[in-house]
Design a protein around this ligand. Sequence first.
Ligand SMILES: [Zn+2]
Length: 465
Amino acid sequence: MVLINVTMFIFCALFLAMFIYLGVIVSRSKIALYNNSYNNRQELQYKYVLRGSIYSSDGEVLAETRVDENGNEIRYYPYGSMFAHAVGYAVNGRMGIEDYANYYLMHTGATLSERVNDDLENVKHPGYDVYSTLNVELQKVVDDYLGSYNGAVIVTEAKTGRVLVLISHPDFNPGTIKEEWENITSNPENSQLLNRATQGLYPPGSTFKIITALEYYRENKDSWQDYAYTCDGSIEHGDYRVSCIYGTVHGDLDLEGSFARSCNSSFVNIGLSLNRNSWESTLDSLYFNHAIPTDMVVNSSSAYIGAGSTDYDIMQTSIGQGKTIMTPLHLNMITQAIANKGVMMKPYIIERIVDDDDEVIKEFVPESIGTVMTEDEAAYLTDLMMAVVEYGTGRALITDSYTCAGKTGTAEFAQDINESHAWFTAFAPAEDPEICVTIIIEKAGTGMEYAVPLAKMIFDAYFGV
Ligand SMILES: [Zn+2]
């Protein structure tokens, strides 16, 4: 008898545990379950709920559903293509905030009596509204500058990871995407639907010298200031030769000068001196070859250094060429960590969810991903990046209005330098950073000539200069 009781008790406990476990799974993945297009509840929800609106951080409408006199619902995007990849679309699948916030946009906060009223009047219940972190003024500055160039720009807040600007070109108009779907998808070489800011994988070029310089500091903490190199325009090692941009002879350089003037020869020389295992773990800790923790749809960057790397691999990787590829978002996150004393923040684009009485249903708060470098290391990289603006390739950013720290890049993927991708990643003010800007303009030329001027326009607009 006792044995039966004990057995029953164990069984009951097991069942209870299983139910609790199921409950946890269901509530944790409620949003994922709901968003799954095989879920019939979604269809039901569409019958009763009028899709909520999406706003910029300062309350401008970025997407709303209007009902015409015949009762047809039209999803309206007042800014046309300006927020294409950031806000996304909600027909023929979903993208951007329309996708990430779909669960909230299609859920209602209407009370029972409001629902009864709505039903009597034969109108749908209003879905929750979504406030994004996006800044209309800055987004417009970037969109105008990029014009017909392909590329991507991402601007985040240095201390929080809030995304202020997210732009990818070529873009599309989410308001007419249904009509243009055939045309857009039948020209995959245009890749208009690809969000280059979060998914575009590019050779980082000289912006990767940030990581090479970090590894050098880690291995030479007490002696990095003694580094000296004389550049004669190129470096040869074994059968290989790497040249400085335009074959420029940079002459006598210390580490800061090598970084500020972006001397390829000096950085190949630095790269060849580094410990490959320790460099591998630095890459690892900075989220290379790893999924990036964010709720946005992103690709992982790749960079391979290890015991098996050849000298040629090292020469290429030291200057961000070879097999190394990065997303603009990832470079922005590393820049943000430097600006934030080593603490990397999770990038986020949705600020809060409200009901139709503006009652806050859910608020998204800044989240740290972890400390990816020490305060010392962040301060050292900030100094190097300030030198870029003071006397290096970022001189166009010298102004009395604010200080800035950054790194240019010119990622070669063709013989012709004018066909290179122009990179710039930066933050300002240098001593107490507020925003981080990462820019890539495809096939524009050098970062110094094409990406730095856009960064200046963004900082000027942000600081009201
Ligand atoms: Zn050089």
